[in-house]
Ligand binder design. Structure first.
Ligand code: SF4
Length: 359
């Protein structure tokens, strides 16, 4: 494909953006540091999560793990438990694995090199660019969600922004705009522009410092761009999930550390094919624990993971003995304790069924 240049000089864009940033940029807890560990942590936490949600987690995480060495030395389950509530737990697992590599292979010093950074788990080109720009002042472009949206509009990109061609075009524009000097401020400024002015719905064009350069605004397309990505059709999976209740406490277990949703907590569950009987499956699962009782169907919950939809039929059962199932990673928790546990997404919704039952 032929890459297209932006129609204005990059310096004009950078100059206007930096003036605006000096007056209106955000003061965030991770802004006043050049420590690559802290910058990396904030970048990972901010993926898929809002600034408001991240702030407390960021501070709390640093209290527990003030350095990459302390993070690498911790058990992975401690990192997962501290991440509880932030979601997208692959980030926590990758953070832990990457910390170990930084300590073992780089003596605890983050490499100031885009390829070496991208070789670390969970670090893509944009996160690597952010670390290089913010910690090491290197001329490194980024393309996070905010910047992607700004660039789609600035250049009036009329393709779904995640297509291969669009990716190449957007990186080209990001490279074109990223300055050699003041890259630290520029990087924060373009992130802020996307977060505060060029917002997903109803961009605040009248307040925008680069309004006169923006092709989407020129064409009246700022509300239409970026184009919507066509969602791929995902398969459905089914399971019966059990809320086994002994005197107000419920059984939950930690998943194996490795593999899908590794290290997260869940209620006992069993998969079944679409035409199977979910109640029968639930009964067998209960019997596997050496328990029996009257199963009550509380309804079903649906959760979408990256590669499938999971439909959970939720059964409640009261039993009077928990002696048989308190070994290994099985534990009994009050609903309050469960609320603070790193349950995976589908089973957070299963947990809500306890509360709706108790109403
Ligand atoms: S003019 Fe509007 S659409 Fe263009 S970059 Fe600014 S806020 Fe975004």
């Amino acid at each position: 494909m032929r890459l297209v240049d932006l129609l204005f000089p990059a310096e004009k864009f950078v100059e206007r953006l930096l003036v605006w940033y000096g007056q209106s940029g955000r003061d965030l807890p991770w802004r006043n540091t050049r420590d690559p560990y802290r910058i990396w942590l904030s970048e990972i936490m901010l993926q898929q999560t809002t600034v408001a949600a991240v702030s407390n987690y960021y501070q709390r995480f640093l209290e527990h793990f003030p350095s990459v060495e302390s993070l690498a030395a911790a058990p992975m389950t401690a990192v997962i438990d501290l991440w509880a509530g932030l979601g997208y737990y692959t980030r926590a697992r990758n953070l832990h694995s990457a910390a170990k590599i930084v300590v073992d292979s780089y003596s605890g010093d983050f490499p100031a090199d885009v390829e070496a950074l991208q070789a670390l788990p969970g670090i893509g080109r944009s996160t690597a660019g952010a670390i290089l720009a913010l910690a090491f002042d290197q001329q490194a472009p980024i393309l996070d969600a905010n910047v992607r949206r700004v660039l789609c509009r600035i250049g009036a990109l009329q393709q779904p922004p995640r297509s291969t061609d669009a990716e190449k075009q957007l990186w080209h524009w990001s490279e074109q705009l990223t300055p050699l000097s003041k890259v630290h401020d520029y990087t924060q400024a373009i992130m802020d522009l996307g977060a505060m002015v060029c917002v997903p719905r109803q961009p605040l064009c009248e307040e925008c410092p680069v309004l006169e350069l923006c092709q989407a605004h020129d064409l009246g397309l700022e509300q239409q761009l970026p184009l919507k990505q066509v969602k791929k059709k995902l398969p459905n999976r089914h399971e019966s999930a059990l809320l086994i209740n002994v005197a107000g406490r419920y059984l939950a277990r930690r998943r194996m550390a490795e593999g899908f949703l590794g290290g997260l907590w869940e209620f006992p569950s069993v998969a079944f094919a679409e035409d199977d009987n979910s109640a029968e499956k639930a009964k067998f699962l209960l019997a596997d624990f050496g328990l029996e009782g009257q199963l009550e169907l509380l309804g079903s919950v649906r959760h979408t993971y990256s590669h499938f939809h999971l439909e959970s039929s939720v059964y409640h059962v009261s039993v009077d003995c928990h002696g048989l199932v308190t070994e290994g990673e099985n534990h009994w928790f009050s609903p309050e304790k469960l609320s603070n546990l790193a349950l995976h997404g589908a089973h957070k919704k299963v947990l809500a069924k306890i509360y709706s039952k108790e109403k």
